[in-house]
Ligand binder design. Structure first.
Ligand code: AVI
Length: 339
């Protein structure tokens, strides 16, 4: 299929994607239990997906453009260089993206797959329905004929829903970019990889972006930016919890802390209580006490070694087709195939 003229593409109507919302009522109760357990544990913790309300998603977009935050631009550079090779190796007719993706990164891949010729379908799975609409509109504005779908669900529910296929011989490529896999701990990673593999047929592909181990000073700077955007992003989780669970966290009573732990190969973000305080989460019937200096863990972001990551994929029923990295070896892309 040849590239349509850019002018004609942008003139087309944008909103015709099929967006399905998969209700999973058990998720709401599971989330309440998770927050109750996390805030009653030692150390206290909150799940990092609570960063992403509307304000948090906008702050994350700003993080991606910060001079210190190298992962987004490094992965983008790699995709720009390698998209053609990825498309040829994966030879897929359906791209399934976990997360609704930044239109620019997704477009690099869609362009490369369309250059190969066969018609292409694109499905994004994301808990945020509004993010799906934004991503779908951006893609359809550029590719009016693209078969675009969205599934508003957790990755697990969405992958399970896509497991049965309308066209059984169509090859899929699942995209998991941005090193979001680093936000899962080792047990979660293992369960997640098993779930992805179970949703694929032999020969289907899995493209994963991973931030790589490097000088901790570079990593720490990326999570402690000079403009304080990451600090605002971290603190925003409390604003979100206040709204969702009728809580009374005072944002100015906490400070952003981020540091690299070499032994675990991960950077961690925490919120440090600036005084002894008591917080109520009325919707959960929970009251917690924090000592001065006590921290709430909000995120881990693991950093990878490509060989070890390939071995982990092999343990979950994949073979590595190819891996790419940038000149500084700061970020990696792995294309794996289900066996
Ligand atoms: C989404 N995720 C891969 C980001 C990361 O780097 O772990 C989230 C983030 N946290 C602070 N800055 C960016």
């Amino acid at each position: 299929m040849s590239e349509p003229a850019a002018g004609a593409d942008f003139a087309a109507p944008a909103e015709s994607a099929a967006i399905r919302v998969l209700e999973a009522p058990e998720n709401a109760e599971a989330e309440r239990q998770e927050i109750l357990r996390g805030l009653s544990a030692r150390p206290k913790r909150l799940p990092c997906r609570l960063f992403y309300d509307e304000r948090g998603s906008r702050l994350f977009e700003r993080i991606c453009d910060l001079p210190e935050y190298y992962p987004t631009r490094t992965e983008h550079g790699l995709l720009a260089e390698r998209a053609g090779e990825i498309a040829a190796l994966a030879n897929a007719g359906h791209l399934v993206e976990l997360g609704s993706g930044s239109a620019t990164k997704t477009r690099l891949l869609v362009d490369a797959f369309r250059r190969l010729g066969p018609p292409l379908a694109y499905t994004a799975i994301d808990v945020s329905e509004s993010s799906l609409h934004i991503a779908a509109a951006a893609l359809l504005a550029r590719y009016p004929a693209l078969d675009v779908h969205g599934v508003a669900a957790t990755y697990e529910t969405g992958l399970d829903a896509l497991a049965t296929r309308a066209t059984p011989d169509e090859r899929r490529l699942v995209l998991f970019l941005g090193s979001t896999i680093g936000n899962l701990d080792p047990a979660e990673t293992s369960a997640f990889l098993g779930r992805v593999r179970a949703s694929l047929a032999p020969g289907d592909g899995f493209l994963v972006g991973t931030d790589l181990e490097k000088d901790p000073a570079v990593i720490e700077a990326a999570y402690n930016d000079a403009q304080g955007v990451t600090a605002a992003f971290n603190l925003n989780i409390l604003r979100h919890v206040n709204r969702r669970f009728r809580a009374d966290f005072a944002l100015d009573a906490f400070a952003h802390v981020a540091f690299y732990r070499r032994e675990l190969r991960q950077i961690e973000m925490h919120l440090e209580s600036q005084a002894a305080q008591r917080v109520t989460l009325a919707a959960l019937g929970l009251e917690i006490e924090l000592a001065a200096g006590e921290r709430i863990e909000t995120e881990i972001s693991r950093k990878f070694d490509l060989d070890r990551f390939g071995a982990e994929l092999a343990r979950h029923g994949f073979e590595v087709a190819r891996q790419w990295t940038d000149a500084k070896r700061w970020f990696g892309l792995t294309l794996a195939r289900a066996i």
